[in-house]
Write a protein that binds this ligand. Structure first.
Ligand code: ATP
Ligand code: MG
Ligand code: MG
Length: 367
């Protein structure tokens, strides 16, 4: 609305865009931040930018969030230059404020940031064919490769315990005990499913603690429309949407992609008989991911990739079930038992992975 346009003007004036701001419009199909495409004119020359209002209700520490993004993008920039790549297209570039900061605030307390606009590339909302999924795996593998030497421990955990499966499990157990909606008796089978796998929940986090799995830079939102695909080559060009970069486990970025991308059914499919792990899709992503990693993963990480997929699926199911028990307060529902349906698809996928475990491991060994 107009009020927000006023604030945009404030933000624009505080950021060091080149030329005169001419026009701006809402852009893209992001769900979290308010994203605008800004056109500035400098004589004959046009400069394009992305301007975003950071959703500070979800990201309560925008300053640390921007420090994470600035750290990672400047590291990537150096790397890309050294490799002879194009640093203006292969990573995000922050437009600094006139006083040298990575963000600005308006008089309503909103946080805004600017990025150079990446032209000649597109974000796709839906996987159009298996090659998109392959490109996506390759892009996130390459992301791991490029950031393998980044000091991940210096990043702020902007969402604390985001993929800490044992902590998620503890929250779940508490929700069962408290049973505030009296729903626990409806989901005895699902509760048993979780408890039968409780010992496994900490498998990856324990290896991190012991030093068997390295701490990595993780993206944590590895969906297709967070990758820009080059319009000419059809290949992944740049990974964007770095709000959730955090220290974590490489196998969890991999695993979450498998969870949502290699399921034969929708995440909220009521008919769980339609849910399964597509081994061809799993293979395609694994191939892309490992090619992108170019040997930067340790043997332990490679060995744990299937477990990453299983744990991310299990954890997601546990979170849906927790929310169902707590009265659907976190995930938005649009029908009765929506979170229960979601729980069941995730657990059906876990069960199918357990059946296909040997195949999942063999596929990792192939690449
Ligand atoms: P999500 O719902 O995925 O969390 P978001 O609200 O965090 O999205 P972004 O993914 O950062 O927003 O940006 C939204 C869209 O804007 C992207 O999908 C992409 O189409 C476009 N976009 C973002 N940054 C750039 C850029 N630097 N150059 C060109 N387009 C961009
Ligand atoms: Mg996005
Ligand atoms: Mg986002």
């Amino acid at each position: 609305g107009d009020a927000q346009c006023g604030k945009i003007r404030e933000a624009i004036d505080l950021l060091s865009f080149e030329g005169e701001p001419i026009s701006w419009e809402r852009y893209g199909s992001g769900h979290i931040n308010d994203t605008f495409r800004l056109v500035c004119r400098d004589g004959e020359k046009e400069h394009l930018y992305i301007l975003q209002r950071i959703n500070h209700e979800i990201f309560t520490d925008p300053v640390s969030l921007m420090r994470n993004i600035a750290g990672v993008t400047s590291f990537l920039r150096e790397k890309i230059i050294a490799q002879g790549g194009d640093p203006y297209r292969e990573t995000l570039n922050i437009v600094k404020s006139r006083d040298g900061k990575d963000y600005v605030t308006d008089s309503d307390g909103n946080y805004w940031r600017g990025y150079l606009f990446i032209s000649g590339a597109t974000c796709f909302d839906k996987v159009r064919n298996p090659d998109d999924f392959y490109q996506s795996g390759k892009a996130f593998g390459h992301f791991q490769r490029q950031l393998a030497e980044y000091p991940a421990e210096e990043l702020t955990e902007t969402i604390v315990n985001f993929h800490n499966t044992p902590v998620r499990l503890e929250t779940f157990k508490k929700a069962v005990e408290e049973d505030v909606c009296g729903r626990a008796h409806l989901v005895e089978e699902e509760i048993k499913f979780v408890m039968d796998r409780a010992d496994e929940a900490g498998a990856a986090m324990n290896m991190l603690k012991e030093g068997t799995l390295p701490l990595r830079v993780t993206h944590n939102d590895t969906k297709l429309n967070n990758i820009m695909i080059d319009d000419v080559t059809g290949e992944a060009l740049c990974i964007i949407d770095l709000d959730t970069i955090m220290p974590g486990l490489s196998i969890f970025d991999f695993g979450d992609s498998i969870r949502f991308g290699a399921n034969t059914a929708d995440e909220d499919e009521p008919d769980v008989s339609l849910v399964s792990l597509s081994l061809p899709l799993y293979e395609i992503y694994t191939k892309g991911f490992l090619e992108g990693c170019q040997g930067s993963l340790t043997q332990a990480e490679r060995d744990m990739l299937p477990m990453g997929a299983k744990l991310m699926t299990f954890e997601c199911g546990v979170r849906f079930l927790t929310d169902f028990l707590q009265g659907d307060t976190y995930f938005r529902i649009s029908r009765e038992n929506h979170n229960l349906d979601r729980t069941r698809t995730q657990f059906a996928l876990v069960a199918d992975m357990e059946k296909k475990w040997a195949d999942m491991e063999a596929i990792v060994c192939k690449y």
